[in-house]
Design a binder for this molecule. Structure first.
Ligand SMILES: [Zn+2]
Length: 453
């Protein structure tokens, strides 16, 4: 409909910049502007810096996420936003807060090589993926990034790794320091679980500690409750009417099913007697209702309790990746793709300390993220690298590219105009590469001009 010449229409666009390189974003802004000039109204939900700058009117919500958000922090034009003190968005746009450019880039030591990369529009080049660092694969839309990483590197390297474990497979394309990679994980935005029974705490396995903590309380001991009494997955302590779901599905003939709060437990998921067991005045239901931020404060105040210490260790990475606003018991099926991807990242941070060297591939992890969350995401990825792992990111976000140790830029254009290896090396070298469209947009990010200077 963006191509039609309707006038007097209102268009609502939800994150139209997703998956767009800066070069494509400029084209998108041109299309939006021409629609407006024809007499239409456009409302855009967006985090993209360039689109914000192009807007006539900005409405900034926050100040933070979840329970700590929900207010209009600012409304006005871009220049007025920049003078705001309260808005986190304004702090990043003016450079008062910023994602710092790393002082040092990690040096290439171990690496994976791919010879004659040829598939779809990829033109048969050789490429290296350095290990134990943040390697970003970029390029305009359609340049071949996904084909290179998801369709070629991931399956071929995985096959090579599995072959070492006795499987029969042969592929001559991948070589290099293969012994330095014990596992490969492709981290996408698919849900962490479709059931209402999985949630952030079950995913990072902190719920096991919470259940055993409650079962060790005097009242639970006296009643001979086991940890399983505090589970909503098995019968015993959970509400029998809703089987621990908290709500009951009502099947409507010819219509979508509806969910009603369980009348027996009032949505609390457990039997009353189980809810009588308290740890520091909190029942299992009260705990599941806490946000991750609140839970860290609550369990963190019990320093001498081993279970509490373990719970804090497992929840901390969720806060580190910017998910402190989620409720512990929030069903996975209500999480966005970006939230699911960050929960996966947090779970790797929990178990990453004991894992064999792993190569993590993230497919556009900044989709839907505000600057503030991108900053946290980068800190979390660097933590994985410091634990001895490797990270490859498919990304167009300039703040991620500027923080890379190594950039692989494909293009120069998309489709038939793409498929070449335009550049590989450090961000500073990329900014000087004249053939690269990414380099053109990266330069200003490496030498930011702040509002104060
Ligand atoms: Zn119930």
């Amino acid at each position: 409909s963006l191509g039609s010449s309707l006038i007097g229409s209102m268009y609502i666009l939800d994150e139209p910049s997703i998956g767009l390189h800066s070069h494509d974003t400029q084209k998108l802004i041109g299309v939006l502007r021409s629609l407006q000039a024809e007499g239409n109204t456009l409302i855009v939900v967006e985090h993209d810096e360039e689109i914000m700058e192009a807007a006539d009117q900005l409405v900034d919500l926050g100040p933070m996420a979840g329970r700590n958000g929900g207010e209009i922090v600012f409304q006005g034009n871009h220049a007025e936003l920049l003078s705001q003190n309260e808005s986190l968005t304004a702090k990043y746009l003016t450079g008062r807060l910023s994602i710092p450019v790393p002082q040092n880039r990690r040096k290439v030591r171990n690496k994976i090589l791919m010879h004659k990369v040829e598939k779809n529009n990829l033109r048969g080049f050789d490429v290296i993926f350095p290990l134990n660092m943040l390697c970003v694969v970029t390029g305009v839309s359609g340049s071949g990034k996904t084909t290179l990483v998801k369709d070629l590197l991931y399956p071929r390297l995985k096959r090579r790794i599995e072959q070492r474990e006795g499987h029969q497979a042969s592929d001559g394309v991948v070589s290099g320091d293969l012994s330095q990679v014990a596992q490969i994980e492709y981290v996408n935005q698919n849900p962490i679980g479709k059931s209402s029974r999985s949630n952030p705490v079950t995913y990072v396995k902190a719920f096991d500690n919470m259940r055993s903590l409650l079962s060790s309380q005097p009242l639970a001991q006296q009643r001979r409750y086991k940890a399983s009494h505090f589970s909503f997955n098995v019968s015993g302590g959970r509400c029998d009417n809703c089987e621990g779901e908290g709500d009951v599905k009502v099947e409507m003939q010819f219509m979508a099913d509806i969910f009603l709060k369980c009348e027996l437990c009032s949505g609390k998921r457990y039997k009353d007697e189980v809810l009588e067991v308290l740890f520091d005045e909190k029942s299992i239901y009260d705990i599941l209702e806490m946000t991750i931020d609140e839970a860290l404060e609550f369990f963190g105040s019990h320093r001498n309790n081993n279970e509490c210490t373990r719970i804090v260790q497992k929840l901390q990475p969720l806060q580190d990746v910017g998910l402190g606003y989620l409720k512990l018991g929030q069903s996975s099926n209500t999480l966005s793709g970006g939230e699911a991807q960050r929960i996966k990242l947090a779970s790797f941070l929990v178990k990453g300390q004991n894992e064999a060297p792993t190569l993590f591939i993230f497919d556009e992890p900044t989709t839907g993220l505000h600057f503030h969350d991108i900053h946290k995401l980068l800190i979390a990825m660097n933590a994985l690298i410091e634990l001895g792992h490797s990270v490859i990111v498919i990304e167009h976000n300039m703040d991620v590219i500027k923080c890379a140790d190594w950039v692989i830029d494909l293009g120069p254009g998309g489709g038939v105009n793409g498929g070449n290896l335009v550049f590989s090396g450090t961000p500073e070298e990329l900014a000087r590469c004249e053939e690269s469209l990414t380099g053109k947009y990266l330069g200003p990010k490496l030498n930011p001009v702040t509002a104060e200077s």
